[in-house]
Design a protein around this ligand. Structure first.
Ligand code: FAD
Length: 420
């Protein structure tokens, strides 16, 4: 088997979470190797919303200017009813930025991933493609990853290998949970949506019975991103082959014009079935730790999946930073302490995001009287009421005490939003 690698950390998976971990730990002076299964580093898909709790961290890493130059700073997030097109609620994003000190942005996935990749390269991260990790072992010095070309050891291994993580079964025997919803995406040159009654300044979400539709401009306003999400009748009927394009148009029957006009622009050769997992409260076994979707894949209704992965990376690296600041050298890092500090704070935060995302999605998709009640309640929310998002968009907690502080005034509201 192969020689022991001369790195401090092995990261498995070079998605947004894995690269964020590599960048953050390298900035603390650690040597990091990233093992990625795919032949190249990259991201498929279209737009990504990144909230202030993410842009705050990107700023600390020195990446916010680059991200701002590639993304869009929308003026509002507007929620509308998908059936009649009426406005239900909005967040003023200039005020949101003033409140949290950092912007709410949208960016093309490949641009955020590319920014992290360039930062990783510039910092000297060892980036390796075509390596699929198949197994993990604990060792005297840390942990070992196993792959077709041999075995590699490091003091710690971060598994950022996504929804179908190979590392997660070391900790939990759970399976991905199907929501029976499927997402279609499409990012097109902005001139293709002229005349469709779209807003180029806002993130607009149309919520309706068993469906929703998201729109926003991307790449400095040159592109327009749309996401169409619906509950698949074939999934509900227990069929294997569900979420296929033949279901797309029917799912949006009875929607307002702004929505139906957008449907022809969706990509029909690719779709994303929506899975999450039940929250688990332990992400660490020995010297292997889960990060990002491997630990906490959400339904996307709070737009916090990639954001949580970036927060994970920041929390992990800040706990390393605390030990270095206290005078330890890199070789003397107490990884058990770092991992237990990480494990003490992140699973609880992400549990709340996962369960709230499910409840929020259910509220988006209600029908009949429930839809009318929802609309009344959302219309009654004051535009400057941030009580539903402070716990998400505020500074990321490093300890359970900080997390609890952030959440106390809102505990009632979590219950309320989960039971409406
Ligand atoms: P992944 O992106 O899945 O990366 C895992 C990486 O590991 C991949 O590169 C993979 O090739 C590699 N890998 C896997 N197995 C192995 C192996 N055995 N060995 C080596 N490498 C391996 N999040 C937001 O924050 N905001 C949004 O607006 C938002 N919108 C979304 C909309 C939709 C429709 C969807 C589906 C998701 C959305 N998300 C959003 C969630 C976000 O996309 C994910 O949470 C995020 O990309 C997870 O990143 P990750 O690095 O943890 O995992």
């Amino acid at each position: 088997s192969k020689a022991t690698s001369a790195v401090d950390v092995i990261v498995v998976g070079g998605g947004i979470g894995g690269l964020a971990a590599a960048v953050a730990l390298t900035q603390k002076g650690l040597r990091v190797r990233v093992l990625e299964r795919a032949p190249e580093f990259g991201e498929v898909g279209a737009g990504l919303q990144i909230a202030p709790n993410c842009t705050r961290i990107l700023d600390q890493w020195g990446l916010l200017d680059e991200v701002k130059s590639l993304g869009v700073l929308p003026k509002n997030i507007v929620m509308k009813d998908a059936v009649d097109g009426s406005e239900l609620s909005r967040l003023d994003l200039a005020e949101t930025e003033a409140r949290y000190g950092y912007p709410y942005m949208v960016i093309h996935r490949s641009d955020l991933h590319g920014t992290l990749l360039r930062a990783a390269r510039a910092a000297g991260v060892d980036l390796v493609n075509n390596i699929a990790v198949t197994g993990y072992e604990q060792s005297e010095r840390g942990a070992v990853v196993v792959h077709a070309e041999g075995r590699e050891e490091a003091p710690v291994v971060i598994a950022a290998d996504g929804l179908h993580s190979v590392a997660r079964p070391l900790i939990s025997d759970d399976e991905p949970v199907s929501s029976a919803y499927v997402a279609y995406r499409g990012a097109v040159p902005v001139d293709q949506v002229v005349g469709n009654d779209v807003s180029l300044d806002d993130v607009v979400v149309y919520v309706g019975p068993q469906r929703h539709f998201v729109q926003y401009a991307l790449r400095g306003g040159e592109m327009f991103n749309q996401v169409a999400v619906f509950e698949s009748p074939k999934a509900r009927a227990g069929e294997e082959d569900w979420g296929t394009p033949d279901e797309l148009d029917g799912a949006f029957d009875g929607s307002c014009e702004q929505v139906t006009k957008g449907l022809p622009l969706m990509w029909r050769d690719r779709w994303w079935r929506m899975f999450d997992r039940n929250p688990i409260m332990n992400w660490v076994t020995g010297r292997v730790a889960l990060l990002g979707d491997a630990a906490h894949p959400p339904l996307q209704y709070l737009a916090q999946g990639a954001v949580m992965a970036i927060e994970d990376a920041w929390v992990l690296s800040e706990h390393v930073g605390r030990q270095l600041a206290a005078g330890r050298g890199v070789a003397e890092l107490d990884w058990d302490d770092v991992l237990s500090a990480y494990n003490a704070v992140r699973p609880e935060h992400c549990r709340r995001v996962l369960t709230t995302a499910r409840a929020w999605g259910e509220l988006w998709h209600v029908d009949g009287d429930e839809r009318l009640w929802r609309n009344e309640i959302l219309r009654g929310r004051a535009v400057d009421d941030y009580s539903y998002v402070d716990w998400l968009y505020g500074p990321t907690a490093l300890t359970p005490e900080e997390e609890a502080d952030m959440f106390v005034p809102h505990s009632q509201r979590e219950v309320a939003s989960a039971t409406v």
